[in-house]
Design a binder for this molecule. Structure first.
Ligand SMILES: NC(=O)c1ccc[n+]([C@@H]2O[C@H](COP(=O)([O-])OP(=O)(O)OC[C@H]3O[C@@H](n4cnc5c(N)ncnc54)[C@H](OP(=O)(O)O)[C@@H]3O)[C@@H](O)[C@H]2O)c1
Length: 333
């Protein structure tokens, strides 16, 4: 059986993904014990995977080798199984291959069977998946946000941020977002009804945040200059939940915050968190998130691109700000 998939040809510079990845075709090996073959119906585009494309050895997981297939979360039907607990016809989500088919060791790929009764399968990549878990964990556990507190989220119109602001609001907090552009800010305030949104691309972010007032919790998706600006707007004893440092992913730079002394001056707690650490709690987190999605209190807009050939254009949106909500590539007709 032939498989078309995206292979890493070299490490990308910035967003030159077209030069760095190539769509190739190769026969699939025989299925080994413990493996499943998934016909991918959807690919999840996640900004964090940009780190796996670098040569950094000090990340939370080793980089993907040049010559390897590009990896990410996939959703689809099992077409063949030699893994216990999985059978042909099961709907699954796993870390698979950006291709037509993912052939993976079910345990190593974190494959999970999904409830096929969920009407909108895209939700398994959004509120009911890693973005949902990350947003809930970061706001509630790492950020320890309490009802009545003021919570600020960066990249607030992206997949993770859009859930984080809504969850903060659901927990009784006053939720604010930082996003690039008037359309995104309007979406956050008018469609989601959060307390306020600040456009970091329109004028002085510091002045806009000063007008908004101090924050108790900052859920940071971007790091860089935005983090520096927020550090001097945190309330005393505030918490900064470091979810991602997107601003550095493409540049390959590591921007240390110049205002780090505010951690001391304002007695802040700064803590990073990574979803692999709480995957074992995934089911319980999903159950809570599902209640909110079923009541319509937690929503996700989807930015859907059709066709494997168009994957890189979809991926690029994460780094150029082209998306509102979750970016997905749909492979099925
Ligand atoms: N810790 C974890 O376990 C975990 C899990 C999932 C995701 N994450 C992190 O969450 C963050 C968001 O990832 P995602 O997959 O949900 O992507 P996303 O938010 O859907 O898309 C990324 C958004 O980030 C903004 N952005 C891009 N470059 C930026 C820059 N230089 N400065 C400021 N904003 C920038 C853009 O929106 P604007 O138009 O607003 O600029 C873009 O739309 C990433 O840092 C990722 O690593 C962490």
């Amino acid at each position: 059986m032939e498989n078309r998939f995206w292979r890493i040809e070299r490490r990308p510079e910035g967003t030159d993904f077209d030069e760095a990845l190539a769509l190739v075709s190769a026969p699939l090996p025989d299925l080994a014990q413990g493996e499943i073959r998934i016909r991918n119906a959807m690919l999840s585009m996640d900004a964090g995977t940009r780190l796996w494309l670098t040569s950094r050895e000090d990340g939370y997981q080793p980089p993907l080798p040049v010559g390897a297939p590009m990896t990410g979360l996939v959703l689809g039907e099992v077409i063949e199984s030699r893994a216990e607990g999985f059978a042909a016809g099961d709907l699954v989500r796993a870390f698979g291959v950006w291709g037509e088919v993912s052939q993976v060791d079910a345990a190593m790929a974190g494959a999970v069977k999904l409830d096929p009764s969920v009407e909108d399968r895209r939700a398994w990549f959004g509120p009911l998946g890693m973005n949902g878990w990350t947003a809930l964990w970061g706001i509630e556990r790492t950020g320890a946000a309490k009802s009545g507190e003021r919570v600020l989220v960066s990249a607030a119109a992206g997949a993770t941020g859009i859930l984080a602001v809504q969850i903060a609001k659901l927990l009784g907090c006053e939720a604010w977002g930082i996003a690039g552009g008037a359309e995104k800010c309007r979406f956050l305030t008018d469609e989601l009804g959060i307390a306020g949104a600040v456009d970091y691309k329109a004028g002085d972010l510091g002045a806009q945040l000063d007008a908004a007032g101090g924050f108790d919790v900052y859920f940071d998706n971007v790091g860089g200059a935005v983090l520096d600006t927020v550090l001097t707007r945190m309330n005393h004893y505030g918490r900064i939940a470091v979810c991602g440092l997107l601003a550095d992913y493409n540049s390959g730079e590591r921007t240390a915050p110049r205002e780090f002394d505010q951690v001391l001056m304002r007695r802040l707690r700064v803590e990073g968190f990574f979803s692999p650490d709480f995957m074992h709690e995934g089911e319980a987190l999903t159950a809570r998130l599902r209640e909110w999605t079923e009541t319509g209190e937690l929503v996700m807009p989807y930015d859907v691109t059709r066709g494997l050939d168009n994957t890189l254009a979809a991926y690029r949106k994460l780094f150029t700000g082209g998306n509102i909500g979750k970016v997905i590539v749909e492979l099925e007709p």
